[in-house]
Design a protein around this ligand. Structure first.
Ligand code: NAD
Ligand code: WQD
Length: 337
């Protein structure tokens, strides 16, 4: 039996592959390398000592996915594959709806045709509408403000409908908060192409000298220091959450949405300070205007994950900042040689 990992060469996927291999699972990865490099999986093999069957293919290619499922006796699927940049999704909505929806539709079709019934889906805290109170619980109101977010919202709805039609399926919708950090070896990590949109890759690229300074997007929010507050979660904790979800899918049927966060919110300036303290480096920054669409405070109520999955984030802010820096220092140009 093996687990099919779509998008497994990407940031969260590669860390999850590592955890699954270390736990003794067999995996097979399909990724079209649209936003990743095969080198991430080479590094995972270096760390774990285990080879990873890899197919450079598009998840929208149903026949190929069916062939892979049959060849590897796949029992469960973790579906990471997708486009994920919010700003880009506003400029290219059709590409986002096409890739993120068609990949799920075709993957589910391949699962129906091969009798695979367990699916873990990468959802996002972005599915919660802006009018909820924090901390966000899974029963919160849903609604989005950009095409990327709507693709997650629509995928969740598609999968809820699939679980009604196929009552023996197990579908886990994992709503991630803000994944950051890297494996402690510094061999794999987040490798954004171009100028990073997210805070922590920008912070580490500033510290390493690739960017002159960080722009803090607004310091006039209704938060303790005026800068935006988020629930940053170490990518290795997140990866372990997927292992727990795979195990949960063995013992339940239906469709269940679960937050993966720490339950603690930190501000932009908290993150800059923690990064400087953890690593003994300076992160020059300037205060700029708010970024359109940003909320003041987003953090999770993580109780359901602990109750249902028996999983809880264990790593702290210093771990996150130290591990990002080890990755960034050892790989100033990411996976590029
Ligand atoms: P990533 O871009 O590093 O990984 C996604 C992978 O999917 C890439 O390797 C890409 O090449 C691949 N891919 C995209 N479309 C594909 C297709 N049609 N067929 C095959 N492969 C395809 O992103 P990530 O940060 O690892 O995110 C993984 C998942 O988690 C995504 O679905 C993302 O939307 C979701 N998510 C990410 C975050 C975050 O902040 N990183 C937060 C919440 C949810
Ligand atoms: C965090 C904080 C910014 C960059 C996004 C997506 C979300 C999810 C995770 C996938 C905010 C501030 C940032 C910078 C800054 N992805 N910031 N200067 O916006 O919470 O979430 O990534 O599902 O859908 O929207 O994360 O890392 O972009 O921002 O001051 O250069 O850092 O304003 O307060 P965000 P982020």
């Amino acid at each position: 039996m093996s687990i099919l990992i779509t998008g497994g060469a990407g940031y969260i996927g590669s860390h999850t592959c590592l955890c699954l291999l270390n736990k003794g699972y067999d995996i097979v990865v399909v990724d079209n390398l649209d936003n990743s490099s095969k080198e991430s999986l080479v590094r995972v093999t270096e760390i774990t000592g285990r080879e990873i069957p890899f197919y450079e293919a598009d998840v929208c290619d149903t026949e190929k996915v069916i062939e892979i499922i049959k060849a590897h006796n796949v029992d469960s699927v973790i579906h990471f594959a997708g486009l994920k940049a919010v700003g880009e999704s506003v400029r290219m909505p059709l590409e986002y709806y096409e890739n993120n929806l068609v990949s799920t539709l075709h993957l589910a079709e391949a699962m129906v045709k091969t009798g695979v019934k367990k699916l873990i889906f990468s959802s996002s805290a972005t599915v919660y509408s802006a009018d909820n109170e924090v901390p966000l619980t899974e029963g919160g109101r849903l609604g989005c403000t950009n095409p990327y977010g709507w693709t997650k919202y629509m995928n969740e709805q598609i999968l809820r409908d699939v679980s009604v039609a196929h009552s023996d399926w197990s579908i886990v919708l994992l709503r991630y908060f803000n994944p950051v950090g890297a494996h402690e070896s510094g061999k794999i990590g987040e490798d954004p192409s171009g100028i990073p949109n997210n805070l922590m890759p920008y912070v580490s690229q500033t510290a390493v000298g690739r960017r002159e300074f960080l722009t803090v997007f607004g310091d006039d929010y209704d938060t303790p220091d005026g800068t935006g507050v988020r629930d940053y979660i170490h990518v290795m904790d997140l990866a372990e959450g997927h292992v727990a979800a795979v195990e949960y899918a063995q013992r339940f049927t239906g469709c269940d949405a679960i937050n993966l966060g720490t339950g603690v919110g930190y501000s932009v300036l908290d993150m800059v300070k923690a990064f400087e303290e953890a690593n003994g480096v300076k992160v020059p920054y300037k205060i700029g205007p708010r970024r359109p669409g940003d909320l003041a405070m987003v953090y999770s109520n993580p109780e359901k994950a602990e109750r249902v999955l028996g999983w809880k984030a264990r790593r702290n802010l210093i771990d996150m900042c130290r591990d990002i820096w080890t990755w960034q220092k050892n790989n100033p140009n990411g996976f590029k040689k």
